[in-house]
Ligand binder design. Sequence first.
Ligand SMILES: Nc1ncnc2c1ncn2[C@@H]1O[C@H](COP(=O)(O)OP(=O)(O)OP(=O)(O)O)[C@@H](O)[C@H]1O
Ligand SMILES: [Mg+2]
Length: 607
Amino acid sequence: MVHASGPPPQVHKNRRDWHNLRSMLPFLWEFRGRALFALACLVLSKTANVGVPVALKAIIDYYEQASRAELTAAMPLLLLLAYGLLKLSASLFNELRDVVFAKVRYRAMRRLSTRVLNHLLKLSLRYHLERKTGAISRDLERGTRSVSQILNYMAFSILPIVVEFSLVATIMLHNYDPVFAGAMFGSVVLYMVFTFLVTEWRMDFRHHMNELDSRGNSIAFDSLINYETVKYFGNERLQLQRYDDTLEQWEYWAVKSQNSMSLLNFGQGAIIALSVTLMMVLAARSVSAGEMRIGDLVMVNAFLLQLFIPLGFLGVVYRQIKYALADMDLVFKLLDTEPEIRDAPDARPLEVSEGRITFEHVDFSYQPERQILHDVSFEVPPGHKVAVVGHSGAGKSTLSRLIFRFYDVQAGCVCIDGQDVREVSQESLRAAIGIVPQDTVLFNDSIYFNIAYGRPEASREEVIEAARMACILDFIERLPDGWDTVVGERGLKLSGGEKQRVAIARAILKRPRILIFDEATSSLDSHTEQAIQQTLEAVAADHTTLVIAHRLSTVVDADQILVMDQGRIVERGTHTELLRAGGAYKAMWELQQQEADEQGDENAAES
Ligand SMILES: Nc1ncnc2c1ncn2[C@@H]1O[C@H](COP(=O)(O)OP(=O)(O)OP(=O)(O)O)[C@@H](O)[C@H]1O
Ligand SMILES: [Mg+2]
């Protein structure tokens, strides 16, 4: 579950929010000059903005005096000019701030996104198998967007309000009875407290909404990923039902959330109406008493209206910031997740001298309750070919995951040329090994991209040669779009055998010292399999090779065959030795021979 824990306790949450906000600072540091400049623009823009009512008051005062003195009222040209210029500068500096700040904001977003993806790639296989990719990508998206939102609200909502409020308060305190500043301050505080309280109460609704939204999306995502499975079992209705059940709950909380927002908006509107009226009454009384002039009344009114315009958005901003903080928490929590498999502090690059793989008394389990490998020891000497055979689920593919160090063993060790895989850097380890995995998944890109992926710096000729060796060149050249054919999500537009050959081609292209073939030819017909077998033998000639196979006929030439059963090596030896021993291997061999004979008979009968 993604948000199963719900909102954490308040104190803890606030501390996390501050922690998260602080974690954002380094992203801004890169453009600190720009950020400061944007801040200066903000102050200038607000000063000009506050200056507008002041100019207005001066103009009104001028006319008032002029008419009293019964002068012919010439136009106060300078004042009018000042009024216009102030309005213009307010807008100019406002836009300038946006222009200057844009780069800060988008750079911070870009840096964070890259950091997060980098981190996700570092997290171990277990993490990715346990979490739903759809949910991760949504967290990622919401999380990075939240950073931009927070920066936005800070720069464009919170700070401007603070600056404008301080300027107005200074002017009021300086010129009028403190009761004005007091009333203004009081209503703003009342407004804020009301907003915060109601928003806090509403937050829960929003959390439920988010959680259900994620859940619904991951159901939809899942049913689309498993499109074929859904169709095979005719389970569209079931999927829809699950989706709709979630949306039903979502709808309940969404309506609640919307209604409570209307309540909040109305409350805010009421406070604004009350306080503006109060201020006007105060001002009108002072004018009647001759303590203030009409210009003052107009100015106070203009100040208030101007101040309450952005304040009207404060509720929205507060809510959005809270949501953004919640979203941001997801992304920073993700960044705080420690990868399970990490390079040792003193990890050195793997030095491959001969390419010897050694397993020494390896015990391994994915989960503590269920041990998968029991005391597995074997060695693949340099340049040799060792085959692993055994029933499904015996732990064969697990061996390859351990060589790649996707998991750490619980006991014993896996070594390459005498170096424990836990003591060398993962990058160098993985660079030294090539694999044709059991299930090949391809990038949704061109065939060329997918093969060249084995060694991106390879020349086009090398890529073509690799494809030729993997017996897939003819196929590619016959395609209408040739090398540019896009293989579909996860490579689903290719057949199983075609995918396998793409995987073989890219392993060939990688030219590693150590090769692992995990059922590399299991999806191929016998004819293609034979053709590829020769290629693989040629490629593997001077390489250390671990071959995992079901079809025993493909491993008869191996230097050693390990027979695995339930995580243990139960027999080992060459093909002839194992046949002579008359154990599990012999039984498997005979069974497969028999099947092959039967098939041969059938084919003969058909033709
Ligand atoms: N990530 C995982 N978490 C928990 N258990 C796992 C995980 N991956 C594999 N297993 C279990 O470990 C056992 C060995 O799996 P493995 O993939 O090594 O089998 P295999 O010998 O390659 O089988 P096959 O011939 O079917 O490919 C299986 O019983 C499997 O259920
Ligand atoms: Mg397997």
